[in-house]
Design a protein around this ligand. Sequence first.
Ligand code: SF4
Length: 409
Amino acid sequence: MNSADSESLARRMLAAGYVEDSLERADVAILNSCVVRQASEDRVYSKLHELKEWKSPGRTIAVTGCIVAKEGDHLKHRFPHLDAVVPIGQYESFVTDLEARYDYAQGEPMPAAGRTGISHYVRVIQGCDHNCTFCIVPRVRGREQHVPLQAVVAECRQAVAEGAKEIVLLGQNVDDYHDPDGHGGLAALVREVQLIAGLKRLRFMTSHPQDLESELLEVMAGSDVVCRELQLPVQSGDDTVLRRMARGYQTRHYRAIVDNARRLMPDIGLVTDVIVGFPGESEAAYLNTRALVEEMEFDVVHIAMYSPRPGTFAATRMDDDVPHQEKLRRLNDLLALQREIAARKTARWLGREVEVLIEGRDELHRPYGRIRQGKRAIVLRGRDVAPGDVVNLRVIQATAGQLLGLPAA
Ligand code: SF4
């Protein structure tokens, strides 16, 4: 979501005649912030401290992103060298103010075309109407606003015309998408976007188990363009904890979705998020999560130790009662379990032919990309392969994190 916001601001600035440059040579530095965890918020503060050295009378420092909704103008009191605090999406007036300040920036407006990379992110929902008790997103991103379906399709068409091969539809809870003009939900949108000529891949994220409909899974299963990957956070494998998190589903519902997805697409890639050490998570509750992770055999599990985010329901109304050491033990235990599962699952790709959309070259100059199920893959002996190509690869080696293979004959 932040990448999409950065891209949108960068496009607006390029259109006004600005160019991207190194920090040393730049006049304007903009920090796009994330506050989903304390660590990400702290990184913004530390970057702002660092920029104090960089600041001079002719230079501008701006902050945008979620921290603006959380801290507002208070940021300027704390960091007097900060010039602008820009709310998410309100880039127009910021760029206009900059133009008044740097009148030499009236050079050649650059069309934003050519900026589009292999993957293009398109925000279809801003904000979230859920109220998970641990989450700060609804406070900083507000209630859901849905982009009209025709506007999304037009943006996707434009991106593909500019060279994008993959579109990623974004929403904090993307399954909740509905066209404000009444032309259907996410399944209808996906059905339309996948028809764009020249588009090779279509992804969407992040799904919510309460809102994901089987119609969407059916559209995925019937398409050669929609990727077979679901980002479906479960957060906990214990129903009591899920209730305290206000997630709105139970584990049996989650299992039913996964069963249905795997019935339609047996090789679907499944990515989830888990929080360990949530308030009230007993040892038995943790073991339920562990058992669920073992049973589901996810491809990737993003595991976080619970830490209270000020301003959330859990931080103000629940006792953070799982000791830090215990949270750490659960985290490491789950990480070790998932490492085994991931290695086992990845090995199943050995000898198979997979389709890779090439994104770039790694540090050893080998072309890399991702398969339709989301896994990273490296092309060995792929000297002529370029970003944007789709390569059929015979997998000859598999690690927990990636596949390696040779172009199939
Ligand atoms: S659905 Fe996701 S973004 Fe929305 S409140 Fe819950 S965790 Fe936060």
